[in-house]
Design a protein around this ligand. Structure first.
Ligand SMILES: NC(=O)c1ccc[n+]([C@@H]2O[C@H](COP(=O)([O-])OP(=O)(O)OC[C@H]3O[C@@H](n4cnc5c(N)ncnc54)[C@H](OP(=O)(O)O)[C@@H]3O)[C@@H](O)[C@H]2O)c1
Length: 326
């Protein structure tokens, strides 16, 4: 089969379409002819040689896909040839064919295109896991979502709305505010010109928010802690701004009884990911069907334009997902 391969670790110019062995489905796996995949920051790190795939995962990039089932493993009862599915992968999405465990695949909602379906798994499962499983966001609580216009941010805004957050505050570049507000955010902070901590305290009567989703890490850590109210939860999902902090006073955590939770979805055990997919599916699939949740696509590239797609993400221009159509 054809697949997008990496010549050697480095920049986007290292990506090219080459030939790779077609995967063979194990008893509980299905083989999918991939119609679309999507770009993730993890792909960029892996391309640079900084994020090796988990043990046993395909070395090919691609953490999600949509497509048509073309073969099923001997123990699969759930799917048949011709079914349209989408789902989260530990790798292998940037290819003509990919295998996925039968319980990790979800049916493509009726009125969705395959490109729309490919924009769902990574960001919606991550945001759902963060808000529901890790932060235990409760109805009536207030939430701050950093990088609100990112793929994960755009999913998190919509999910926080459905989980009945009383106020959703985001940080984002000013040009991306409208999309966040249209998706359900109540306040958008231009973190480049305004101190987000001051703005959050203003919007919450000086109390702070209950939950923060953060991808920036070190430069935001102290301000995040200051922006949380008592019993608040900070979920840390990436370290785009760096990972090391100096001179942090741990008593700030004690005084407000705060929780700091770190997580990476890709490294989780298969059983955990299956349970998350099941739980997410029960909650979210009816909401995708009735239009309360929607995948947010910034741009669709043809897969032979993968270098441009990676450079586009690296330039921080996107609001929502970057999809690769095969
Ligand atoms: N832990 C997990 O399980 C998990 C799962 C999925 C993704 N992630 C991580 O979550 C992050 C967001 O992913 P995504 O796919 O949603 O990203 P994305 O769509 O590429 O959006 C990232 C956005 O973050 C903003 N940003 C703010 N400060 C930044 C900085 N210092 N460096 C780079 N960008 C900065 C930029 O938007 P503005 O113009 O608004 O600043 C940028 O467009 C990534 O780091 C990804 O690896 C983690």
């Amino acid at each position: 089969m054809e697949a997008i391969l990496i010549t050697s670790p480095g920049g986007a110019e290292q990506l090219h379409i080459g030939i790779w062995e077609t995967p063979v489905p194990q008893p509980h796996e299905i083989l999918v002819k991939v119609a679309a995949t999507a770009v993730n920051r993890a792909d960029i790190l892996q391309r640079e040689g900084k994020y090796p795939p988990p043990q046993g995962a395909s070395p090919i990039l691609g953490l999600e896909m949509s497509g048509e089932v073309v073969a099923t493993g001997s123990a699969v009862r759930k799917w048949k040839q011709g079914d349209l599915v989408f789902g989260l992968l530990p790798g292998g999405g940037y290819a003509e064919f990919a295998v996925i465990h039968e319980d990790m695949a979800l049916p493509v909602p009726e009125h969705f295109s395959l490109t729309e379906a490919a924009a769902i798994p990574e960001v919606f499962l991550t945001a759902y896991q963060a808000l529901q499983w890790l932060a235990h966001l409760q109805s009536g609580e207030q939430v701050l979502i950093h990088a609100g216009a990112s793929g994960v941010g755009t999913a998190a805004i919509q999910l926080a709305r459905q989980l009945e957050a009383s106020q959703i505050i985001v940080t984002a570049s000013a040009s991306k505010h409208q999309i966040c507000l249209d998706l359900g955010a109540d306040q958008a902070i231009d973190y480049k010109s305004v101190d987000f901590q001051e703005a959050v305290l203003q919007h919450t009567d000086g109390q702070g928010v209950d939950v923060i989703l953060d991808f920036i890490a070190a430069p935001y850590f102290v301000k995040n802690i200051q922006s949380l109210r008592r019993d608040g939860r900070l979920v840390l999902l990436a370290s785009l701004g760096g990972g090391k902090i100096k001179d942090f006073d741990l008593r700030l955590l004690l005084q407000k009884r705060l929780q700091v939770i770190g997580s990476t979805l890709r490294a989780r055990a298969l059983d955990y990911q299956i349970q998350l997919t099941r739980d997410f599916s029960q909650f979210a699939m009816p909401l995708f069907s009735n239009g309360r949740l929607k995948p947010v696509i910034d741009r669709i590239f043809a897969w032979h334009e993968v270098r441009e797609a990676h450079r586009y993400m690296e330039s921080n221009q996107n609001a929502g997902k970057i999809v690769l159509a095969l």
